[in-house]
Design a protein around this ligand. Structure first.
Ligand code: ZN
Length: 152
């Protein structure tokens, strides 16, 4: 039984994690991942977690709580808090994102001509160490900012 059949026919409520939604898009072959060369352990862990959907974005935490997709909202923007929103458009991280996008323009061919979803896939493919470092820093700093807000 494949995943889509499991969702339709399974006796238990089953929603495939985003790992099924995205990982097959940006992990299409077996190869050594450049992000594994990232020196900063926090960045490397943040990258791994994001790629495996083992993060604390509402799209996943809401899944664990059986919330509807429409209720898994970004607390800053009040729209669904997906990985793509978090990395590409969350207003909370506009300044932080500028640093990431500057690296993307150097590392990803014709980056500015790509559609938003394609940009996201190219970023998440993390094909170079420079991009891995930039994305890792983005994720760590964004996570720190979210934790700080949660504690205040
Ligand atoms: Zn947001």
């Amino acid at each position: 039984m494949d995943i889509s059949q499991a969702r339709l026919k399974g006796p238990l409520r089953f929603e495939p994690s985003v790992i099924f939604r995205y990982s097959k898009v940006y992990k299409r072959a077996i190869y050594f991942e450049p992000y594994l060369k990232v020196q900063c352990p926090r960045s490397r862990i943040a990258l791994s977690k994001m790629r495996m959907s083992a993060h604390n974005l509402a799209i996943e935490t809401g899944r664990h709580r059986s919330q509807s997709l429409d209720d898994r909202l970004c607390k800053y923007c009040n729209i669904p808090e997906t990985e793509m929103h978090h990395i590409m458009s969350c207003t909370k991280f506009d300044t932080l994102r500028n640093q990431l996008l500057a690296v993307c323009r150097k590392e990803i061919d014709k980056f500015d001509t790509l559609r938003e979803e394609r940009k996201f896939v190219k970023i998440m493919e993390v094909k170079t160490v420079a991009l891995a470092n930039a994305l890792g820093q983005y994720l760590v700093q964004a996570n720190d900012a979210m934790l700080k807000d949660a504690m205040s």
